[in-house]
Design a protein around this ligand. Structure first.
Ligand SMILES: Nc1nc2c(c(=O)[nH]1)N[C@H]1C(S)=C(S)[C@@H](COP(=O)(O)OP(=O)(O)OC[C@H]3O[C@@H](n4cnc5c(=O)[nH]c(N)nc54)[C@H](O)[C@@H]3O)O[C@H]1N2
Ligand SMILES: Nc1nc2c(c(=O)[nH]1)N[C@H]1C(S)=C(S)[C@@H](COP(=O)(O)OP(=O)(O)OC[C@H]3O[C@@H](n4cnc5c(=O)[nH]c(N)nc54)[C@H](O)[C@@H]3O)O[C@H]1N2
Ligand code: SF4
Ligand SMILES: [Mo]
Length: 865
C-alpha cells in the first residue's frame, strides 16, 4: 500500500473558538492533515480563520505525552488508573465526597464532559466539579437564569446578518470569533448594517464600526441603564416582564457621567439602538469577566426584554461563547452549581429525576465549589485529591502563582493533558495522556446551540486514550462499572440524549431526545443540528412568543445599581487583559504552528503615550508591572488604542513560553457574588521601567534553554526564536550563548564596542545553526530575516543583520496565512495598491482567512495616497 496515497476528507469541527466552524480534514497518510473549511457547515459555509486554517500544523507528535506517568516515571495504564481510583476512593472513605474535586474544561467534548459530571455528581456524590467556563461565561449563565428562568441563548448567527444594528459590547469579535465577524462584515457590506463597538480599547473589531464607544472600564451597566431609561422615555416598552418598574427606577437613577462618554456619542448610541427594532447586542468577556458581571448581563437583557426585541429574526441579546464546547458544558451541567440537561441542582425533583435515570447511589445535594473557591479549598487542604482535565489553571486562573502553589501542595493531583510540560502538568503526581483534536470522536455545541461532530482523522498516538474512556475506566475501578460501561462515544451521546428527554418532560429547554436511540452508524453520519430536537420542539429561536421558563411564564428584569470600581492609589493602573488574533490561551497547541507565532511572538503591554512618557518608558523597552500578588515583565507597545491609565496585556504566555509574562499572577481572585466568575479584566497594578542592562534576540534550529530575567520563545518554520533581556550581562557571552543553544563549538563573533553591540553565530557545515544578537537597548533587527537564515548557508551579511542583496526584508508578518510582511505591503501601497482587495490580488495578503484585513485597512489609512 502506498502510505502517501490521498485519503478522503473527514468532516469535523474546529478545535478552537465557539463559532464552531466545520472543517474538512484530509489525512496525508503520513500523520499530517490537510485542512479546508467545510462549505456545507452552517456556521462557516467554507470559511476558516487563520487558527482553523493552521490546525494541520498542530497535530505533529513531537512533545506529546504518550504514556501515563506516575511521579514522573512512565507507567502502564492499569497501574495509573488503579492508583487514581484507589486514592480517590480512599480519600472519600476517610474524608467524605467533598474532599475530592475535578476541574475540567469547555474544550472537552460533550461525551467526555457528561461522563465527568455523572461520576462526580451521581456516584462520588459531590458537586465539587467546576470548569474553566467559570472564568468564561458563568455570568452569562447566571444572567440568563435570572432573566429567562433557564440558561438559554435565544438567537442564531443569522440574526447578526438580519439585524439593522449590531452592538458588540466587551467583545473583540474580529480576533476572537473571526468567522462570525466575517459574516457580520459581509452583511454590513451588503445591506448597511450599523455596527457599534463598546470597548475601552480601540480593537480590530472597530474596523467595521460606525460608532466606537471607548467606555470607561466597568461602566457597561451604567450605559445599559441609561439605554433602558431612554427606551422608557421614548415609549418603546412593549412587554411586561416581572420587575419592570424596579428596573426602570434603578435605570432612571443612573447618571451619564460614569460612562466617561461624550454626550454626542452616547446620544448616537441611544438613537441607533432605540431606532432599530432589529438590534442584536453581542457580548463577551468585557461584560462577563467582572465582579459585577451578572448585573451587567442583566442590564443588557433588560433592554431586550423591555422592548420585546428577543427571539425574533435579527433581534436579541447574544452571548458569544469562547471555547469550542462551552455550550456543551452547559448542557451536561458542567458548572458546580448546575445539573445535567439544564436541570437545577437545587431543585429536589430535578435531582430525583437524574438520580433515577442514572440509578445513582449518591447524588450531590448542594452546589459544589466554584473555581476560585475550589482552588482555595485545595490550598487549605480541604480538597485532598484533585483531577484537572483539559485546562491549564496554573496559568489561567486569577492569582495564578497562588493557584500553582495550591496544586503543588495538594496531597494527590491528577492531570489529563496532551503534554507533560504545561505549567499545570508539571505539578501533577499522575499524568494521563489524552487524545486531542483530530484523534477523538464526539460532539461539540457552538454559540448558536448547533451540535456538530468532531471526528477522528488520525490514530491515537502512543498509549493516549479518550478522556471519556479514562473517566469511565476510573469509575469502573471505583466500583461503578455497570453505569459506565459504554462501548464508544455514540453510546454516551445516546444516554445524554435520553436524559434530555427526561429533562424536557420537566420543562427543560435542552431536549434532544430525538437522538436517544441513536446508533453508532447514525452517530457517525450525524449532520450539524440546532437544539432542541424532540417530538415537541425543534431548533430555531427561543422566547419570540413571550413565554419564558420561570414558573409564571414571564421574564424577569433585574434592577441594576452600577458598581463603580474603587481606586487603589498605590496601584494606579487598571490592567485590562484578553486575547490576540493568532494565539489560543496557553498556546499548548497554537504555539506549535509557526504560522500562528508570526503575528505577535511576545507578551506585551499596550500603554497610552501619556502613560509611557510619564513612566519614562520608550517603545520596545520592557516594563515591570506589579502588585502584592505578583509581578510580570512585558514588552512596551506605545499606542493610543488604549486610554491613559488602562493598559492592556494578553493572557497567552506561560512558564513554557515566557515565564515573566504570566499576567494572571497579578489578577486578584475577586469574583462576582452571583456567578462566581472572577474579574479578569481589571487588576490594579503599578508600572515601572524594567532596568534591563542588555537586550537580546536569538534564533536556533533547536529548542533553547534561556536563563535570564526576561525571555520569550516562539516557534519558527525551521526552529525557534527568543527575545531575551537581563539586568546584568553574563561574564562570558560566548559561553552564555553555548549554554543557550546547547552547542559547544566556538561561535563567530562580531563586536562593535562603540555601540555596545555583540553578535554571535554558530554554523555547521557552512549552515546557520544559531545566532544571538545583543545590544544595550532593544535589538533593532529584522526578526524575519534572521529567522529565514536558519539552516541556510552562512552569508557574509548575516552578522551585519542585513538581508542578502537578493532577499528583501518583508518585515513583521501581517498576513500569517501567506506570510506577507509589513514592508512588502507598504511597498505595494507606495506602488499604488489602494484597497484591501488590490493588496490581496497583488500580494495575496488577506485573501485566505481574512483575519488580517483590519490591519491591511489600517496600513492603507496610514499611508498617504
Ligand atoms: N484568537 C483567539 N480567539 C479566541 C480565544 C483565544 O484564546 N484566541 N479564546 C476564546 C475564548 S475561550 C473566549 S472566552 C473568547 C473571548 O472573546 P472576547 O471576549 O471577544 O475577547 P477578550 O480579548 O477576552 O475581551 C474582549 C474585550 O473586552 C474588552 N473589555 C475589557 N474591559 C471592558 C469593559 O469594562 N467594558 C467593555 N465593554 N469591554 C471591556 C477588552 O478590551 C477586549 O477587547 O475568545 C475565544 N476566541
Ligand atoms: N487574565 C485573564 N485570564 C483568563 C482570561 C482572560 O481573558 N484574562 N480568560 C479566561 C477564559 S475565558 C478561559 S476559557 C480560560 C482558558 O484557560 P485554559 O483552559 O486553562 O487554557 P488552555 O490553554 O486552553 O488549556 C487547555 C489545556 O488542555 C489541553 N488539551 C487540549 N485538548 C485536550 C483534550 O482533548 N484532552 C485533554 N485532557 N487535554 C487537552 C491543552 O494542552 C492545554 O494544556 O482562561 C481564562 N483566564
Ligand atoms: S472562527 Fe476560526 S477558531 Fe473559531 S471555529 Fe472558526 S476557524 Fe476555528
Ligand atoms: Mo473562555
Amino acid at each position: 500500500m502506498n502510505m502517501a496515497a490521498p485519503r478522503p476528507a473527514i468532516r469535523t469541527t474546529c478545535a478552537y473558538c465557539g463559532v464552531g466552524c466545520g472543517v474538512l480534514a484530509t489525512p496525508d497518510g503520513l500523520g499530517g492533515l490537510g485542512i479546508a473549511g467545510d462549505p456545507e457547515h452552517p456556521a462557516n459555509f467554507g470559511r476558516l480563520c487563520v487558527k482553523g486554517a493552521a490546525l494541520g500544523e498542530t497535530v505533529a507528535l513531537d512533545g506529546r505525552l504518550l504514556a501515563p506517568r506516575i511521579h514522573g516515571r512512565e507507567a502502564g495504564w492499569d497501574a495509573a488508573l488503579d492508583l487514581v481510583a484507589r486514592r480517590f476512593s480512599d480519600t472519600i472513605a476517610a474524608h467524605g465526597p467533598d474532599s475530592v474535586a475535578m476541574y475540567v474544561s469547555g474544550q472537552l467534548l460533550t461525551e467526555d464532559y457528561y461522563v465527568a459530571n455523572k461520576l462526580m455528581k451521581g456516584f462520588i456524590g459531590s458537586a465539587n466539579i467546576d470548569t474553566n467556563s467559570r472564568l468564561c461565561m458563568a455570568s452569562s449563565v447566571a444572567g440568563h437564569r435570572r432573566a429567562f428562568g433557564s440558561d438559554t441563548v435565544p438567537g442564531l448567527y443569522e440574526d447578526l446578518e438580519q439585524a439593522d444594528t449590531v452592538v458588540l459590547v466587551g467583545s473583540n469579535l474580529a480576533w476572537c470569533h473571526p468567522v462570525l465577524f466575517q459574516r457580520l462584515a459581509a452583511a454590513r457590506a451588503a445591506r448597511g448594517t450599523r455596527v457599534v463597538v463598546i470597548d475601552p480599547r480601540r480593537t480590530a473589531t472597530c474596523d467595521i464600526a460606525d460608532l466606537h464607544l471607548a467606555i470607561a472600564p466597568g461602566a457597561d451597566a451604567a450605559l445599559f441603564n441609561l439605554l433602558l431609561a431612554d427606551i422608557d422615555r421614548r415609549g418603546l416598552v412593549a412587554a411586561d416582564p416581572a420587575g419592570l418598574a424596579e428596573a426602570l427606577a434603578a435605570a432612571r437613577a443612573t447618571t451619564p457621567a460614569a460612562t466617561g462618554l461624550p454626550h454626542s456619542a452616547l446620544q448616537r448610541f441611544l438613537d441607533l439602538w432605540c431606532g432599530s427594532a432589529r438590534v442584536v447586542t453581542v457580548y463577551s468577556q468585557g461584560i462577563n469577566q467582572s465582579d459585577s458581571g451578572t448585573d451587567k448581563v442583566n442590564a443588557i437583557l433588560n433592554c431586550h426584554l423591555a422592548t420585546g426585541r428577543i427571539g425574533r429574526p435579527g433581534m436579541g441579546p447574544f452571548s458569544v461563547t469562547g471555547q469550542p464546547n462551552a455550550m456543551g458544558g452547559r448542557e451536561v451541567g458542567g458548572l458546580a452549581n448546575m445539573l445535567a440537561c439544564h436541570l437545577a441542582l437545587e431543585n429536589p425533583a430535578h435531582r430525583a429525576a437524574v438520580q433515577g435515570f442514572w440509578a445513582a447511589p449518591r447524588m450531590a445535594e448542594k452546589p459544589g465549589l466554584k473555581a476560585v473557591d475550589l482552588f482555595r479549598a485545595v490550598e487549605a487542604g480541604r480538597i485532598k485529591a484533585l483531577w484537572i482535565i483539559c485546562t491549564n489553571p496554573a496559568v489561567t486562573m486569577p492569582e495564578a502563582d497562588r493557584v500553582a502553589r495550591a496544586i503543588a501542595g495538594c496531597a494527590f493531583t491528577v492531570v489529563s493533558d496532551l503534554f507533560a510540560t504545561t505549567d499545570t502538568a508539571r505539578l501533577a503526581h499522575v499524568l494521563l495522556p489524552a487524545t486531542g483534536w483530530g484523534e477523538k470522536d464526539g460532539t461539540v455545541t457552538n454559540s448558536e446551540r448547533r451540535i456538530s461532530r468532531q471526528r477522528r482523522a488520525l490514530p491515537a498516538p502512543g498509549q493516549a486514550r479518550d478522556d471519556w474512556r479514562i473517566l469511565a475506566d476510573v469509575a469502573a475501578r471505583m466500583g461503578w462499572g455497570a453505569a459506565f460501561a459504554w462501548q464508544g462515544p455514540a453510546e454516551v451521546f445516546a444516554e445524554h440524549a435520553a436524559l434530555s428527554g427526561v429533562a424536557g418532560a420537566l420543562g427543560s429547554d435542552f431536549d434532544i431526545s430525538d437522538h436517544a436511540g441513536i446508533t453508532p452508524d447514525a452517530y457517525e453520519a450525524m449532520q450539524p443540528f440546532l437544539w432542541p430536537q424532540s417530538a415537541q420542539k425543534r431548533g430555531g429561536r427561543f422566547f419570540g412568543d413571550g413565554r419564558f421558563h420561570h414558573p409564571d411564564g414571564r421574564a424577569r428584569m433585574v434592577a441594576v445599581t452600577p458598581a463603580l470600581p474603587a481606586p487603589d492609589p498605590g496601584h494606579p493602573f487598571r490592567l485590562n487583559t484578553g486575547r490576540v488574533r493568532d494565539h489560543w490561551h496557553t498556546m499548548t497547541r497554537s504555539g506549535r504552528a509557526p504560522r500562528l507565532s508570526r503575528h505577535l511572538a511576545e507578551p506585551f503591554l499596550e500603554l497610552h503615550p501619556q502613560d509611557a512618557a510619564r513612566l519614562g518608558l520608550e517603545p520596545a523597552t520592557l516594563a515591570e508591572i506589579a502588585n502584592p500578588l505578583g509581578r510580570a515583565i512585558l514588552r512596551v507597545l506605545v499606542t493610543d488604542r488604549v486610554a491613559p491609565g488602562h493598559p492592556f496585556a494578553p493572557m497567552h504566555w506561560t512558564g513554557e513560553t515566557a515565564p515573566s509574562g504570566r499576567i494572571d499572577a497579578l489578577v486578584p481572585g475577586l469574583a462576582d457574588p452571583v456567578s462566581g466568575q472572577p474579574a479578569l479584566k481589571s487588576a490594579a497594578v503599578a508600572i515601572r521601567p524594567f532596568p534591563a542592562a542588555w537586550y537580546g534576540f536569538a534564533v536556533s534550529t533547536r529548542a533553547m534553554a534561556p536563563d535570564c530575567d526576561y525571555w520569550a520563545s516562539a516557534t519558527l518554520p525551521d526552529g525557534f526564536q527568543a527575545e531575551l533581556a537581563g539586568t546584568a550581562p553574563p561574564e562570558d557571552w560566548a559561553q552564555a550563548a553555548q549554554r543557550l543553544f546547547g552547542l559547544d563549538d566556538p561561535p563567530q563573533v562580531l563586536r562593535d564596542d562603540s555601540r555596545g553591540i555583540l553578535r554571535l553565530a554558530f554554523a555547521r557545515r557552512g549552515r546557520v545553526q544559531a545566532a544571538l544578537f545583543v545590544a544595550p537597548g532593544p535589538v533593532a533587527l529584522s526578526r524575519s530575516h534572521l529567522a529565514a537564515a536558519l539552516g541556510n548557508p552562512c552569508e557574509p551579511g548575516l552578522l551585519a543583520g542585513r538581508p542578502g542583496g537578493d532577499r528583501p526584508d518583508g518585515g513583521a508578518v501581517v498576513c500569517a496565512c501567506l506570510g506577507v510582511g509589513v514592508n512588502t505591503i507598504l511597498d505595494g501601497i507606495r506602488d499604488g495598491l489602494a484597497s484591501v482587495e488590490a493588496i490581496g490580488e497583488a500580494l495575496g495578503a488577506g485573501t485566505s482567512c481574512g483575519s488580517c484585513r483590519p490591519e491591511l485597512r489600517a496600513l492603507l489609512a496610514r499611508q498617504p495616497a
